[in-house]
Design a protein around this ligand. Sequence first.
Ligand code: LLP
Length: 417
Amino acid sequence: MKVGFYYQGSDLMVDGVPLRSIARQHGTPIYVYSGGIIAQNYRRIASQFAKMDAMIAYSVKSNSSLAILKLLKNEGAAFDIVSGGELERVRKVGVKGDRIIFAGVGKTKDEMRVALAAGVKEFNLESEAEAHRLNEVAKEMGRIAPVAIRVNPDVDAKTHKYISTGKAENKFGVSMQRAIALGKDIRTTLKNLNLQGLHTHIGSQILDSSIHPRLVKKMVGYTETFMRETGAQLTALDFGGGFGIAYEKGQKPLDLKPFAKALAPELKRLGLTLRLEPGRSIIGNSGVLLTEVQYIKQGDKKTFVIFDASMTELIRPTLYEAHHEIQPVTKRRGKMQALDFVGPVCESTDFIAKDRMAVLPHQGDVLAIMDAGAYGFVMASNYNTRPRPAEVLVVNGKAKLVRKRDTFEDIVRNETF
Ligand code: LLP
């Protein structure tokens, strides 16, 4: 069976299923994921690093649908989480603590307690204050918390400024210099912490394949200095995620080979294991958002195609000026023209694409907003009291509704008047 999104005649298909039949059965807007692509992506990344002792921890924030977490657990993935809520999600699908790493700049005491009780593999510490708090919580519980220090290496990921995390001005991690002081502190006074490794993540949607080899060089040199100065014998290095995918025609996804090649001999030499936290590169191109055209509106300067999907289902174009291809679920002939694809939300920022060359669709047509698997549904909101969309996962040619659309009752459940 063919895997992924492709045309069969004039029908856009996913893993053998026509998308129009999913839209007809479950309505729009709706997210649809290809289980085949998710598995393929996971296996491709895992195989790149197979010769190293690597833990591939899927970054749950990119898409936390329980059905997808379950699929990835069955593939052998570990999980990178950033909140108590994400911890509950992965535990709900049966993930064990030693397959979970916990990151995030603002972990609360409660989150620390639950994560310690669950026996997570590692806390990625983001500050001195967090290290002190975790030490206290672990002490109260009579536990030793396994930790890594997130280092901010001041390396430019050359990506959109809103998804860049490894520069000195970003809130993430501890500077290289301060991390050494923190490492000494952990070794000498924070007795309920066990320092196992260093962590870094410099940004998301990285496409330049020279960045990771450079990062490896910087981090490896630094790790040696760190171990020498703190006396710590580390066991793991975590390089985070951030591997870019192709959103636009002509773009190429990040080539992981130069990264793996630079990394392998260094890890071996230092006797370190590897952790990675890919999100988008596993889930991004596995999902589409299906939307129905409500109206065609001719403005004085522009032609607007008004969708039933909006920034409340997919905020990436609005927030990061992100590009998503738009494909008809049933092909139409016609000449190309510049169109603005917009949603019904009362904001000028509510658009999916502007000045996009495409064949003018008709009212009632269903279109697919491509590569919407990562940071799509998870960033959806109920703004304008819009229900968050339904989700369908296709596995082995079978489409399954894995999340129902919100109802009005779901939205107002916690309100009183
Ligand atoms: N590890 C850490 C510590 C992270 O902060 C992130 C993403 C990842 C791993 C996974 O990165 P990925 O492999 O998915 O690039 N909402 C934005 C992206 C935010 C990324 C946040 N951190 C977007 O839609 O582009």
